[in-house]
Design a protein around this ligand. Structure first.
Ligand SMILES: [Zn+2]
Length: 272
């Protein structure tokens, strides 16, 4: 059966001397893999029609729900040209594509597709200081679409309003609370500041990323310190939560963030 849908190219691998295997997140069929025969031939009809992070209109022969499909036509709708000149943007896009390829289950196709397009569009025109926050936003949205959002409801007895730091149990996905879990204080947990929790909640709820969703938590007095603590808190929590619940290799996320935080002037250029 030939079907038509829009899709974002997540991964491209060599399949034979002249063919590609492309993994897509489609709008209507979730994650799929297609073979593009003759993709690397000099006169291929597919030359320039797709690349990483492009959004394309796809026409493909659909063979059941799983397995690989044969592509029939591919037309680019969004090239995202600015990413070619922005290494931080490409690094973030690569991580988001990897995360999506690993975690997309198919049930959440339309919303995840919309969020990924929005994230990639935003990366084309995003200042370096907002890229990490954009990743956090996407991670929270992905968790939500997978039905494994952290549950940030508090218990009036264990988490009184004045307490700024709360213990969160990674394995049960909610705050450590003796009234919910008999193990109470004994469960392995991380401590979260209320500002981090507010930020994570906003990210999960917002259809569109806005850098201002996390800037209100920075006070003018010690703006840099507070921002740094907030970013570290968000990154640490999401890293632990995602690796635990989505079973992702820890190295992928760590390398993405280490690369994003590289200061170009500190890089050593060899061979000159
Ligand atoms: Zn309680």
């Amino acid at each position: 059966m030939i079907v038509k849908t829009n899709a974002v190219a997540l991964q491209i691998r060599g399949w034979s001397k002249t063919s590609h295997m492309v993994t897509w997140l489609t709008e209507d069929y979730g994650k799929i893999t297609t073979v593009v025969k003759g993709a690397c031939r000099p006169k291929s009809a597919y030359l320039g029609q797709y690349d990483l992070f492009y959004t394309c209109e796809l026409l493909f022969y659909r063979r059941g729900r799983d397995g690989t499909h044969m592509i029939r036509e591919c037309t680019p709708l969004q090239h995202r040209e600015p990413l070619r000149f922005n290494w931080r943007g490409v690094c973030a896009a690569g991580y988001l594509a990897h995360l999506t390829a690993r975690a997309a289950t198919g049930h959440e196709a339309k919303v995840l597709y919309a969020d990924l397009n929005h994230a990639l569009d935003t990366l084309c025109d995003c200042d370096a200081g907002s890229i990490e926050a954009l990743i956090f936003w996407f991670e929270m949205r992905l968790l939500r679409h997978n039905g494994i959002s952290p549950d940030f409801r508090t218990c009036p007895q264990c988490h009184p309003i004045g307490t700024q730091w709360l213990r969160f149990s990674i394995d049960s996905g909610r705050f450590a609370c003796a009234h919910f879990d008999e193990r109470g204080a004994a469960v392995p947990s991380v401590t979260l500041h209320r500002d981090v929790i507010k930020c994570l909640r906003r990210f999960a709820e917002c259809h569109h990323f806005r850098a201002r969703h996390y800037t209100p938590f920075m006070t003018p007095k010690n703006k840099n310190d507070k921002k740094m603590n907030l970013v570290l808190g968000l990154s640490r929590f999401l890293g632990i939560f995602i690796i635990f619940h989505l079973d992702l290799p820890a190295a992928v996320r760590r390398v993405a963030f280490e690369t994003l935080n590289t200061n170009p002037t500190s890089m050593c250029v060899t061979g000159e």
